[in-house]
Design a protein around this ligand. Structure first.
Ligand code: NAD
Length: 352
């Protein structure tokens, strides 16, 4: 057993519980702020406006222009409103896209962020920001990007569609699974990852049956916090590299791409990291790749990349980009094996 590690705990405040989003105003004051700009996507504008209304005198209004991939033009528009309203903090209400916008503002202004997540993406507990400019995605990691307060309120996730819950949950699980074999893993990140995976194994099949069961929703949100924490703590590898290539170059949808690729990348790496990935076989049954694929099928996740509109001919380019720069992975990565893995994922074949 390797007992060499570095562990740094996150300084963020995590507030967890049904109805706790009603305390947003208290938290604005607790972090020493007086005017919060509420952020959301256009789809969640009505909820964001209701939240701003509850904030009362603490509200600087709503900017409901958040979109996927945090385009710099959108951030600049939001920055104008921050300046015009003299907002001294942001409250990001929504999924990873809205959280991304809040992080982009914080990165440029150092304004504190309160995040109220409504998906399982986990961005709210990472110091990582992915943004796009002229179609190019870049990623930065900086302490100012980590939100100061996260309020997890399962009541806000009851309307998250079943399909999106499933994909978002598998996206979160990917953070935990890559965390299990991360080069810079530590005993705490491993414990958190295993607990996060258990939470999703229990909750996702129940969400499919009863999406409005608040206890089950809370269990999934708990898993999202744990899996996101792993992403914020340790480095990712092959799985995230392939998903970034697919999303960045071929514009495949974020959560679905993760959901489809996960059994394949985990199965590939299990050959070299069998002991580290043993908890997955314990939790999901069967082999690492096969067990995860069976679980994904059971909960109705998409299984084949071709369902996302990717053509078979694109796979060569994906394999090329995903292997052109060296990065750490428990099993060596070469273009031929990654091309074969992509073919299986494209066809939706069950990994061994
Ligand atoms: P999303 O934020 O794009 O949300 C998708 C849609 O669902 C949006 O229209 C949103 O308004 C709506 N929605 C969200 N929650 C809802 C709810 N409870 N009920 C009804 N509708 C709801 O999707 P996402 O998967 O949460 O986030 C994806 C983005 O997050 C990607 O851009 C990804 O790169 C980023 N991300 C970043 C990190 C990080 O650490 N930087 C981590 C994970 C994801």
């Amino acid at each position: 057993m390797n007992r060499n590690f570095i562990y740094s705990g996150s300084p963020a405040h995590i507030v967890f519980g049904e109805g706790k989003s009603a305390l947003a105003g208290k938290w604005v004051e607790k972090i020493g702020c007086r005017k919060a700009l509420v952020l959301s996507t256009p789809r969640q504008q009505a909820d964001a406006e209701a939240l701003a209304e509850r904030l009362g005198r603490l509200s600087a209004g709503v900017f409901a222009g958040a979109v996927m991939h945090t385009p710099v033009e959108v951030t600049e528009k939001a920055m104008e409103i921050v300046a015009r309203t003299s907002a001294d903090c942001v409250v990001s209400f929504g999924g990873g896209s809205t959280t991304g916008l809040g992080k982009a503002i914080a990165y440029r202004t150092d304004l504190p962020q309160i995040v109220i997540p409504t998906t399982y993406a986990g961005s709210e507990v990472t110091p990582i920001l992915g943004q796009t400019e002229a179609g190019r995605k870049t990623t930065v990691r900086h302490p100012s990007i980590l939100p100061e307060v996260v309020i997890y309120d399962a009541a806000l996730t009851l309307d998250l569609r079943v399909g999106m819950s499933v994909n978002s949950g598998l996206n979160a699980m990917a953070h935990a699974i890559e965390g299990l074999y991360a080069e810079d893993r530590n005993p705490i990140s491993t414990l958190i990852a295993i607990e996060g995976l258990r939470a999703f194994k229990t909750s996702l099949p129940k969400i499919v049956e009863a999406p409005r069961d608040i206890a089950v929703r809370a269990e999934a949100l708990y898993g999202a916090w744990l899996c996101g924490t792993v992403l914020g703590t340790v480095g990712m590898a092959l799985h995230h590299k392939i998903c970034h290539t697919l999303g960045g170059t071929f514009d495949t949808p974020h959560a679905e791409t993760h959901a489809i690729m996960l059994p394949h990348t985990a199965g590939y790496n299990a050959v070299a990291a069998r002991e580290l990935l043993a908890p997955i076989a314990d939790i999901f049954g069967g082999s690492v790749g096969g067990g995860l694929w069976d679980f994904a099928r059971e909960i109705g996740a998409p299984l084949a990349l071709r369902e996302l509109g990717l053509s078979e001919a694109d796979l060569d380019r994906v394999a090329e980009i995903a292997t052109e720069n060296p990065y750490w992975n428990p099993r060596p990565v070469d273009r031929r094996s990654i091309r074969a893995l992509l073919q299986d994922a494209w066809e939706g074949r069950r990994p061994p």
